[in-house]
Structures are given as structure tokens and as C-alpha cells.
Design a protein around this ligand. Structure first.
Ligand SMILES: CC(C)(COP(=O)(O)OP(=O)(O)OC[C@H]1O[C@@H](n2cnc3c(N)ncnc32)[C@H](O)[C@@H]1OP(=O)(O)O)[C@@H](O)C(=O)NCCC(=O)NCCS
Length: 149
């Protein structure tokens, strides 16, 4: 039986392995250990794993800022896919966001990862007519681009 429960520190290696398998092309800024450290420092309660008899077989991260909810890094171990585990993780995250007063949840799918469209559509998600944009923030210790006099 698979249980969706909050992430605990002991899950770190298993979650990192699932993400590294699921997202092999992720940039260094998404390295699992740093991502987990930042998430735990911010709102650790919006981070869940799927646990089958003590083995972590999936994970999802959520965020809520009062305007929108977001899902990130949903992944199920390849050995455990098509058993409803991804759907259970999404359902748990969405139910939690709803309980916090969230009225809409967003997520981004990388170009080239089109095969997950069928998964989200099966759960009732629809593509939004938006262009997604981002701004990469330099680490605080990076050299300024403009010399400071
Ligand atoms: C996407 C992912 C999390 C789905 O997890 P899962 O546990 O296999 O999904 P579920 O078993 O809960 O699927 C529920 C339903 O979604 C649909 N579905 C799932 N995977 C699908 C796929 N690859 N293509 C089309 N439909 C799919 C099916 O209708 C499925 O029900 P069914 O198996 O009874 O037909 C998993 O494939 C994964 O980890 N992929 C790699 C990481 C990734 O791309 N994450 C998304 C980032 S945005």
C-alpha cells in the first residue's frame, strides 16, 4: 500500500535518486540537495513523498504565496509508474493547497516532456494560454556585472 506523507530528512537520498532519474537534464540550480535544503528552510510542510512499505517511490513539492499554488518536481520511480502513485501525490498536494484557500494551481512542463500531458489531462488539468517567463537570479556572492565605483 502506498501512503502519501510529509517529507522527512531521512528521505533525502531516496528523493534525490528519484529526481536524478526523472530529470537527468536538470540544470545545477535544481540539484536535489540544494533544492531540498531551501524548501525545508521555507515551507517544509508543502513537500510530500509516496511511501510504499517504508520505501520512498515518489515525491512532489508545492508552493503557495496567497495568489497561486504551484507544483514542482513531481516524479515517481520508473519501476513504480502507472500504479496511480503520481495521481495520489497530485491529489494530496492539490487538496492541501485548496485547504489553504488557494483558488488555482499552476505547474510548468519542460518543452520536450510532452508525454506527461496525458497524465495531467487525465487528472483534469488543462493547458493555460500563457507564455512562461523566468529571470535567473545570480547567487549573492557573484561579481556585479557593472563595476561599482
Ligand atoms: C508523470 C508521472 C509522475 C506520472 O506518475 P504515475 O504514477 O506513473 O502516474 P499514474 O499511475 O498516477 O497515472 C494516472 C493516469 O494518468 C495517465 N497517465 C500516466 N502516465 C501517462 C503517460 N505517460 N502518458 C499518458 N497518460 C498517462 C493515465 O490515464 C493514468 O491512468 P492509467 O494508468 O489507469 O491509465 C511519472 O510518469 C514520472 O515520474 N515521470 C517523470 C517525471 C516527470 O516528467 N514529472 C512531471 C514534471 S512536470
Amino acid at each position: 500500500m502506498v501512503l502519501v506523507r510529509p517529507f522527512v530528512l531521512e528521505d533525502e537520498a531516496a528523493v534525490a535518486a528519484i529526481w536524478e532519474e526523472a530529470f537527468p537534464a536538470d540544470p545545477p540550480r535544481n540539484a536535489p540537495r540544494g533544492l531540498i535544503e531551501r524548501k525545508l528552510a521555507r515551507d517544509s510542510e508543502l513537500f510530500w513523498v509516496a511511501d510504499e512499505g517504508g520505501r520512498v517511490v515518489g515525491a512532489v513539492v508545492a508552493g503557495y504565496d496567497g495568489v497561486r499554488g504551484w507544483l514542482y518536481h513531481l516524479a515517481v520511480a520508473s519501476s513504480h509508474r502507472r500504479r496511480g502513485i503520481g495521481a495520489a501525490l497530485v491529489e494530496h498536494a492539490v487538496d492541501t493547497l485548496r485547504s489553504l484557500g488557494c483558488v488555482k494551481v499552476n505547474l510548468q512542463v519542460r518543452r520536450g516532456n510532452d508525454s506527461v500531458r496525458g497524465f495531467y489531462e487525465a487528472l483534469g488539468w488543462v493547458e493555460d494560454p500563457v507564455m512562461s517567463m523566468g529571470l535567473l537570479l545570480e547567487p549573492p556572492d557573484a561579481s556585479p556585472r557593472v563595476p561599482v565605483t
